[in-house]
Ligand binder design. Structure first.
Ligand code: AMP
Ligand code: MG
Length: 449
């Protein structure tokens, strides 16, 4: 048996280079045709055009009377009814003539001969099937002309669009029964570790409950993936076949743990012999041991075991890959620039990803403070965060008021949040003014992963 090396054979790749290598491998998946109502959240692969103009007929936008505008105000004979969903029913003739009106409801087609609608509030009932128009209207008033919203054959939604709520409505009204969208990536999630037990189990000495598997599966689903397998394996050679199975059935495999330097960290060696490792370490904190490989047709992200490291590495590397595979032309999280609400010490030798809470002050400026102790195991620091700050390697210190780049994970706080996450729990004191520098410094002393 060869002794375990004390130095990693994998060079630390700069963060931007690692991100670029992932992006280069994360191509769009094939296109599939789905019923339009199942396309929510998906990315359109083709332009969607309107079959008919909208509205398809000149339609009233009011309840009232369809009139001939040039007739002006006065008493008029009611010769028919135009109700939504049908052509106007005329008591005689096919078009209204001077001196005549029809009742009309919102959305009903304008009867032939009429060119405007007077709303019912501007009329008074009269005897003998008549109505008094209290004022005149301009031609076209309260009428939605054919094609006011869009013309027939117009491109309503272009390829690359994410189907959101309004887009789904447009698909329905366009008459598209099925749409072509990019396939969702299939994801397998496996946690590794002899110390892991199921969430419902009591802990024996040395054991912890597996949380990564569930958090990573949720993160993958949130990113638009279809999670096809969620399981856990022990740190034994004979368990690693599960990785092969996962790589065969999934487009993307996410593992947690087993990528560090311990003699039971078996994921990297397995990847080295069963796939192509693209990078085995990244100059980033947390997440340094993250490993990106190809196994067969699958992309493989070997994420570190510490819960924050696993999820931050997912955010940095796996999430953009999943979004790109799902066809999203803008796979990254939105980015904003925030001002630090306090001085911040951070890693000098690598880019540090700091969990922070950002809020918009009354004057519109964005501010952020860390969510307290930044230990890689402290999942609360991520739970309370709505942004990830990217603090560049080099200085190791940022002054209060300095600008920082932030990836937005969740809605920003409001001015009246006063910079305090709503969900502050155990370490309430730490997120208050003054205490944060200390906790950021403490984070330095913490483990590598
Ligand atoms: P590893 O990267 O395998 O050395 O794991 C580092 C540490 O992360 C372990 O000692 C555990 O404390 C923690 N950890 C590993 N896997 C999990 C998991 N699935 N859920 C929660 N914590 C984990
Ligand atoms: Mg482990």
């Amino acid at each position: 048996m060869t002794p375990n090396p004390t130095q990693s054979p994998y060079p630390q790749v700069p963060l931007d280079e690692a991100l670029a290598r992932v992006a280069a491998r994360a191509g769009r998946l094939p296109v599939e045709r789905v019923p339009f109502e199942q396309s929510e959240g998906r990315i359109l692969a083709v332009d969607v055009c309107a079959r008919e103009a909208m509205p398809p007929f000149a339609a009233s936008s009011r309840d009232g009377y369809a009139v001939i505008a040039s007739d002006g105000a006065g008493s008029r004979r009611i010769v028919g009814d135009a109700v939504a969903g049908a052509a106007a029913a005329m008591r005689d003739g096919t078009a209204i003539r001077s001196g005549e009106v029809t009742r009309i409801t919102t959305g009903a087609p304008l009867p032939a001969g009429a060119d405007a609608v007077l709303m019912i509030e501007d009329t008074e009932p009269a005897a003998d099937g008549h109505v008094v128009l209290l004022r005149g209207v301009a031609s076209g008033e309260n009428v939605r002309p054919v094609g006011q919203d869009y013309e027939a054959d117009a491109v309503l939604l272009s390829a690359g669009t994410r189907v959101g709520v309004a887009a789904l409505g447009l698909l329905a009204s366009s008459g598209a029964v099925e749409v072509d969208v990019y396939r969702r990536p299939r994801v397998a999630v496996l946690s590794t570790g002899d110390e892991l037990v199921e969430p419902g189990e009591a802990l024996a000495p040395g054991q912890i409950r597996d949380s990564n598997r569930f958090a990573l599966a949720a993160a993958a689903r949130e990113a638009g993936a279809e999670v096809v397998r969620v399981s856990s394996i022990r740190d034994e050679e004979d368990q690693l076949d599960a990785l092969r199975g996962a790589s065969e059935e999934a487009d993307v495999v996410l593992t947690s743990g087993g990528v560090s330097m311990g003699h039971r960290d078996l994921v990297k060696p397995w990847l080295a012999s069963h796939g192509e490792i693209e990078f085995g370490r990244v100059r980033v904190k947390p997440g340094k041991p993250v490993t990106f490989a190809r196994v067969g047709n699958a992309l493989f992200f070997g994420l570190p075991g510490f819960p924050v490291s696993a999820l931050v590495a997912f955010e940095l590397f796996a999430r953009p890959a999943l979004r790109a595979m799902a066809g999203d032309p803008r796979p990254e999280r939105p980015r904003v620039v925030v001002r630090l609400a306090h001085a911040l010490d951070h890693a000098q030798d690598r880019d540090e990803i700091v969990r922070a809470f950002a809020w918009q002050a009354a004057d519109g400026t964005l501010h952020a403070r860390t969510t307290g102790f930044q230990g890689s195991g402290r999942l609360l620091s991520l739970h309370e965060a709505n942004v990830l700050l990217r603090m560049p390697a080099g200085a190791g210190h940022a002054e209060q008021g300095a600008s920082a780049l932030a990836w937005v994970l969740a809605p920003l706080g409001r001015a009246d949040d006063g910079g305090t996450p709503r969900t502050v729990a155990a370490d309430k004191a730490e997120v208050h003014e003054g205490a944060v520098e200390t906790s950021a410094v403490v984070a330095h002393a913490h483990g590598d992963a």
